[in-house]
Design a protein around this ligand. Structure first.
Ligand code: C5P
Length: 242
């Protein structure tokens, strides 16, 4: 990481804007003004603040990961992918559990919506949610094997469908890159700076440890958004990686 500048590192940190409305999110944006981090908009904020809020992030120069985890019949996902591509998001995701046809339909939606000269969004697959235990995987969802096996199977399926990467735990990055290649993008939540409150995340790594696994992006929410001084929190995370 030594060759990366502080701004390069900021661009690989996706701040999870897990807020109930645009006004609350604006409070954090004000505190982080000038730091070129990625902004992750999940379903809570997107359902409340809508495409207009995402467009305003793009107008202010932010890169945006729209974390809405599409999962529906292929034709509907294709339409969803078209809409978010037109919105200009940089990354969005679909559930790998929707199958190869559904994921490739998302890619068709992107193709259809691409404006000439525009930057293509990176489409990533959700493998197995990090909240899924072995018991839930086997007894409730009905998939045999370990969570790790399910993650790798979904990652390969996402690659086969033409997706560029997956969301996964930082503990799975090495295996995913071995199965799908180094260029296959990994986006990893479950990140906690040394000494931070783990909260409801169970399998965590520090930002420096996650980048040492060669992850491409880290998703960090509460250690920044819940800090008394969010700007100091992200600056200290960047310091821990430079
Ligand atoms: O606050 P915290 O750092 O735990 O936030 C993690 C973010 O990453 C949240 O927005 C959460 O929805 C998201 N996420 C996750 N685990 C996944 C997929 C997404 O924690 N498997």
């Amino acid at each position: 990481m030594a060759v990366l500048t502080r701004n390069d590192i900021a661009g690989r940190i996706m701040v999870a804007l897990d807020y109930a409305n645009a006004e609350q999110a604006e409070g954090l944006l004000k505190q982080l003004e000038g730091i070129p981090c990625y902004m992750k908009v999940g379903m809570q904020l997107f359902y409340a603040a809508g495409p207009g809020f995402v467009a305003s992030l793009k107008d202010r120069g932010y890169k945006v990961f729209l974390d809405v985890k599409m999962h529906d019949i292929p034709n509907t996902v294709k339409g969803g992918a078209e809409s978010v591509t037109r919105l200009g998001v940089d990354v969005f995701n679909v559930h790998a559990a929707g199958g190869k046809h559904m994921m490739s339909a998302a890619m068709e939606g992107v193709d259809k919506a691409m404006a000439p000269g525009a930057q293509r969004p990176i489409v990533i697959g959700v493998t197995q949610l990090t909240s899924t235990s072995q018991q839930v995987l086997n007894a409730e969802i009905g998939l045999p094997g370990s969570v790790e096996q399910a993650v790798i199977r979904y990652a390969r399926l996402a690659l086969d469908a033409g997706l560029q990467g997956v969301v996964a735990s930082p503990l799975e990055v090495t295996q995913i890159k071995a199965a799908c290649g180094d260029a296959f993008v990994t986006v990893t939540p479950g990140i906690r700076p040394a000494g931070a409150d783990v909260g409801d995340q169970t399998r965590v790594m520090t930002p420096a440890e996650a980048f040492a696994q060669k992850t491409d992006y880290v998703v960090i929410g509460r250690p920044i958004t819940g800090a008394a001084d969010p700007r100091a929190a992200i600056e200290s995370i960047i310091d821990s990686i430079v």
